[in-house]
Design a protein around this ligand. Structure first.
Ligand code: COA
Ligand code: AMP
Length: 634
C-alpha cells in the first residue's frame, strides 16, 4: 500500500484516531472530551469540550518558541511600491493592540466584526485581533458593492466594521469609505462604529465618535491577551454565493479548523515551518482565509500579502519577481491568473530574468484548471503543478495531488485523489454510486473532516436543505463530475446557478433578481459563458415589457450599471442583450443549460420538453451579436 493509501484509509476508517493525533500539533488550554461528536448529525462537531485560541496558535506560541524575529508577513505591494516585513514578535503586539481597540468599542467574545479591506497586512491584524478576543470576524471582499455589504451587515449583525480609506486596483485608487458609508446607511442593523485605516492614496473624512482612526485607537488601546474559546465556538463567518441572491454565511469553528489547517501545510503542500508560503488570492475569499492567513501562520511559516495583479503591476513578470525576491518555494493561485500571464507573455520571456531555482511547486484552485494552462506552467516552471478542488464550505482541499504525502502522475483535467478524511462519491439522482467514469453529483460521505462548515449563520434549516437533505448521510458539494477507475476525481460543472468568474464565485440567480427589478424588464436569464481569460463571464438576456419605447442599448446599459452598483465590479457583468422570449420547457423552466451550450458553441441535444425550438435560433443570433456562439472563434 502506498503512503497516500495508508494515510487516507486511516483518515476514513478511524477519523477520531487520525484527527486526534493531528490535534496534538495545536496548543490547547483544555484538551477535548471527544474528538468527534455525531449526536446531532448532519451537524458534526470536532474536539468537543476542548478549549484553545486560534490567535495564540497562529502567533503567540511561535514568539514563545523562538520565531519572534522571523517574518510572519511579507507585504509586497507593487501598486504602492512597498515591501514591508512584520515579524511574529511585531505581529503579536499588533494583534494585541487591535484586540484591545475592539474591546474599547465594546466588542467581546461572540460579537461579530465585519472586515472590509484591501490586501494590506492590517486586514490580517484585524482578523487575528478578533480571534484573539474570541470575536467572530466576517471578511467581505473589497470588490463587492455597498448593497452586498449591507446584506452581510443585516445577517451577521456586527458591532463594529473595520475598513480602510481606499483600495488600489492596478492603477486605480478605489475609495472604500463612501461604499462603507453607503452600506451602513442602507443596512437595517445599526453598527456601533467603525475603525478605518487611513491610506495616503485617498484619506477619508471620519465622523467623530463613530469612525475611529486605526492608528489613534490602536495607539491608546490596552493590549489584549488571547482568551480561551471552545473548540466549537465560531472563528469566522464567510459569505458565499448560493442559489439565490441571498449569500450563505458559512460558519467555521476554532478547533477543527486549526487542526486541519496545520495538518495540510506539511502533508498536502509540503511546506515546512519557517518557509515562505504565498497564496496569491485575496483575504476576502476562502483561499485567502485559509492559505494567506490561518494555515501558514498556524504552521509558523511566513505568509505573503501581495497587493497587485498577475499582469499590469507592472507587468506579467511580477509573480516571478515576488517568488525570486522572497525565495518562495510554494505558491498557490487561481488558473485565471496564469491565463492572464500566458496571454501577455506566451513564451514566458519575463521569467528568464529571475532566479526561480528554489521554487518547488505551484498549486492551482478556485476553478477547473484547463490542461493548456497546467502544461504551460509545467513547461516553463519545471516543477509539479497541482490542481486541487475545494470550496468556501470546506476551507481546504477536497481532492488534490498530496505532494507532502505522495505525488501521483497528473491526469489533465482531474483534481486527483480525495483529500484526507474525504470519502468522495459520484452519485445519481437515487443517491447510489454511478459507475466509475460516469458523471454524477459529487458528494462526500459524512462526517466530513474537521474545519469544514459547521452550519450557515443562524440558519440550520437552510444549511440542511442546501447541503444535506438531498442525499441523506452525504454532503452535497454542488459540483458534478466523476471518479475514474484509478480513484481520480474529475470536477466538471456546477449543478446549481453558481458561476465562476476569474476564480470568483457568483450567483446568476442574484444577477437575474437585479435585472428583473429594472422597470422595463419583464423577465431575465443570466448564464456563465466560457471565457478564455476568466473561465466564465456572465451574459444577461432580458425580455422587455410590452410598450417599452426606450432603445434596447439604453436598457441594457442601465442593467449593466445596476448589477455593478448592486453586486459590485467583481461580478464583471458587462454583456446584456434583449431577446423577444426566453427558451423554456413546457412547464416554464428556463433552459439556461442549453443557452450556455449555444454560447459556447457546444453540441446539445434538443430538450424533449422544449416549448418552442425556434427560440433557440433567436438566442443564437442574439449571442452572436455580442460575440458568442462561434463568433469569437471564427
Ligand atoms: N476592491 C475593489 N474592486 C475590485 C477588487 C477589490 N478588492 N477586486 C477586483 N475589483 C474590481 C476590478 O478593479 C475590476 O473592475 P473593473 O470592471 O472596473 O475593471 C473588477 O472588480 C473585476 O476584477 P477582476 O476579476 O480581478 O478582473 P481584472 O480584469 O481586474 O483582472 C485577473 C483579471 C485574471 C488578472 C484577476 O481576476 C486575477 O488576478 N485573478 C486572480 C484570481 C484570484 O485571486 N482568485 C481568487 C480565488 S483563488
Ligand atoms: P469557492 O467557494 O469560491 O471557493 O468556489 C468553489 C467552487 O469553485 C467549487 O464548488 C467548484 O465549482 C469550483 N472549483 C474550485 N476549485 C476547483 C477545481 N480545482 N476544479 C474544478 N472546480 C473547482
Amino acid at each position: 500500500m502506498g503512503r497516500y493509501a495508508e494515510v487516507h484509509s486511516q483518515s476514513i476508517n478511524d477519523p477520531e484516531g487520525f484527527w486526534g493525533k493531528a490535534a496534538e500539533e495545536i496548543d490547547w488550554y483544555k484538551k477535548w472530551d471527544k474528538v468527534l461528536d455525531g449526536s446531532n448529525a448532519p451537524f458534526y462537531r470536532w474536539f468537543v469540550g476542548g478549549e484553545l485560541n486560534t490567535c495564540y496558535n497562529a502567533v503567540d506560541r511561535h514568539v514563545e518558541r523562538g520565531r519572534a524575529d522571523q517574518p510572519a508577513i511579507i507585504y509586497d505591494s507593487p501598486v504602492t511600491n512597498t515591501v514591508r516585513k512584520i515579524t511574529y514578535g511585531e505581529f503579536q503586539d499588533l494583534t494585541a493592540k487591535f484586540g484591545g481597540a475592539l474591546r474599547s468599542l465594546g466588542v467581546e467574545k461572540g460579537d461579530r466584526v465585519i472586515i472590509y479591506m484591501p490586501m494590506v497586512p492590517e486586514a490580517l491584524v484585524a482578523m487575528l485581533g478578533c480571534a484573539r478576543i474570541g470575536a467572530i470576524h466576517s471578511v467581505v471582499f473589497g470588490g463587492f458593492a455597498p448593497n452586498e455589504l449591507a446584506t452581510r451587515i443585516n445577517d451577521a449583525k456586527p458591532k463594529v466594521i473595520v475598513s480602510a480609506s481606499c483600495g488600489i486596483e492596478g492603477a486605480k485608487v478605489i475609495p472604500y469609505k463612501p461604499m462603507l458609508d453607503g452600506a451602513i446607511d442602507q443596512a437595517e442593523h445599526k453598527v456601533d462604529g467603525t475603525i478605518v485605516m487611513q491610506r495616503p492614496q485617498a484619506e477619508a473624512p471620519l465622523k467623530p465618535g463613530f469612525d475611529h482612526d486605526w492608528t489613534e485607537i490602536t495607539g491608546k488601546a490596552e493590549p489584549a491577551d488571547c482568551v480561551p474559546v471552545a473548540a466549537t465556538d465560531p472563528l469566522y463567518i464567510l459569505y458565499t454565493s448560493g442559489t439565490t441572491g441571498n449569500p450563505k454565511g458559512i460558519v467555521r469553528d476554532n478547533g477543527g479548523h486549526a487542526v486541519a489547517m496545520k495538518y495540510t501545510m506539511k502533508n498536502f503542500y509540503n511546506c515546512d515551518p519557517g518557509e515562505v508560503f504565498w497564496a496569491a488570492s485575496d483575504v476576502g475569499w476562502v483561499v485567502g482565509h485559509s492559505y494567506i492567513v490561518y494555515a501558514p501562520l498556524l504552521h509558523g511559516a511566513t505568509t505573503v500579502v501581495f497587493e497587485g495583479k498577475p499582469v499590469g503591476t507592472p507587468d506579467a513578470g511580477t509573480f516571478w519577481r515576488v517568488i525570486s525576491q522572497h525565495k518562495i518555494p510554494t505558491m498557490f493561485t487561481a488558473p485565471t491568473a496564469f491565463r492572464a500571464i500566458k496571454r501577455e507573455d506566451p513564451n514566458a520571456e519575463l521569467m528568464k530574468s529571475y532566479d526561480l531555482s528554489h521554487f518547488r511547486a505551484l498549486f492551482l484552485a478556485g476553478e477547473r484548471s484547463d490542461p493548456d494552462t497546467i502544461k504551460w506552467a509545467e513547461n516553463n516552471l519545471k516543477v509539479p503543478v497541482i490542481d486541487h478542488w475545494w470550496q468556501t464550505e470546506t476551507a481546504w482541499v477536497i481532492a488534490g495531488n498530496p505532494l507532502g504525502t505522495e505525488l501521483f502522475p497528473v491526469k489533465y483535467g482531474s483534481a486527483c485523489k480525495p483529500g484526507f478524511g474525504w470519502d468522495i462519491h459520484a452519485v445519481g439522482p437515487d443517491g447510489h454510486d454511478v459507475p466509475a467514469g460516469d458523471v454524477g453529483s459529487l458528494v462526500a460521505k459524512l462526517p466530513m473532516p474537521p474545519g469544514t462548515l459547521m452550519t450557515l449563520w443562524q440558519a440550520d434549516d437552510r444549511c440542511r436543505k442546501a447541503y444535506f437533505d438531498e442525499f441523506p448521510g452525504f454532503y452535497m458539494t454542488g459540483d458534478a463530475g466523476f471518479v475514474d477507475e484509478d480513484g481520480y476525481v474529475h470536477v466538471m460543472t456546477r449543478v446549481d446557478d453558481v458561476i465562476n468568474v476569474a476564480g470568483h464565485r457568483l450567483s446568476t440567480g442574484g444577477m437575474e433578481e437585479i435585472l428583473s427589478a429594472h422597470p422595463d424588464v419583464a423577465e431575465a436569464a443570466v448564464i456563465g459563458a466560457a471565457d478564455e481569460l476568466k473561465g466564465q463571464m456572465p451574459v444577461g438576456f432580458i425580455v422587455l415589457k410590452s410598450g417599452v419605447s426606450k432603445s434596447h442599448s439604453d436598457v441594457c446599459a442601465e442593467c449593466v450599471k445596476m448589477v455593478r452598483e448592486q453586486i459590485g465590479a467583481v461580478a464583471a457583468f458587462k454583456t446584456c442583450t434583449v431577446v423577444d422570449r426566453l427558451p423554456k420547457t413546457r412547464s416554464g423552466k428556463v433552459l439556461r443549460g442549453t443557452m450556455k451550450k449555444i454560447a459556447d458553441s457546444e453540441e446539445f441535444k434538443m430538450p424533449a420538453t422544449i416549448d418552442d425550438p425556434v427560440i433557440l435560433d433567436e438566442i443564437r443570433e442574439a449571442l452572436q451579436k455580442v460575440g458568442y456562439a462561434g463568433v469569437k472563434a471564427a
